[in-house]
Design a protein around this ligand. Sequence first.
Ligand code: NAP
Length: 250
Amino acid sequence: MRALVLGGTTEGWALAAACAAVPGLEVISSLAGRTRAPALPVGAVRIGGFGGVAGLAAYLRAEAIDAVVDATHPFAATITGNAAAASELTGVPLLVLRRPGWTERPGDAWHRVASLGEAAAVLPALGERVLLTTGRQGIAAFAGVDACWFLSRSVEAPAPPAPRRLEVLLARGPFTVEGERALLARHRIDVLVTKDSGGSTAKLDAAREGGVAVVVVDRPPLPASAAAVATVEAAADWLRRGSAGACTSG
Ligand code: NAP
């Protein structure tokens, strides 16, 4: 059985590793190609876009793919929609692997918003010094917020348009609570902005301790047709059962 794992995430990487030794299962990991020196998953890897739904469907047919796992980031909504549409077109079963989102804990007072634009709109009322952890691609949404000073943390440098008062911090996780606490204190951060990516809560824990306001951007919804699991283990099981002849479409 040949499986395509749409990755670019820790989960995609871990899924390829978990499947590496499964007899009769070949995994091809796909990365978008956004990062210059990505940590490559084990096994076969292809890099770059497919060319929309039609391109992905053509790839699934040409490569005789038997199953697809969409292990992309919860905010990578375009590729997730394309995977659902290509699965419907070709009949190749699709499973979405999505880590759970975050939930508030006692002591939290999050401001949940639907988009980066909404996050930008609420910021001036919450504080002046902002830590942005929404990724370099989202920084344009904050370009017009002159009332705030921004520390933007991302793996690679953001491109304009960007906020006028901006300091860029290039860093790749994982981050620790101690490190996040020190960062918030060093830059006298009033507000943390994050997408509801799920995973490590280090920055949220540090913000709670430090009384830093938190703006959380909600996830885009999954396509209605998509079957989803929350763990790498569940996705690996689905592929293992598929390699034994039981993968079913969502
Ligand atoms: P997106 O907006 O959903 O997708 C834009 C286009 O990029 C897609 O239409 C597709 O091009 C291509 N693409 C995306 N993921 C791909 C993959 N795994 N393999 C091949 N092509 C892919 O995606 P995005 O938000 O820019 O994210 C790009 C990558 O970064 C994803 O792999 C995602 O897992 C990872 N990532 C995203 C975020 C985030 O916050 N969005 C955070 C961490 C990691 P075609 O239409 O040409 O096929």
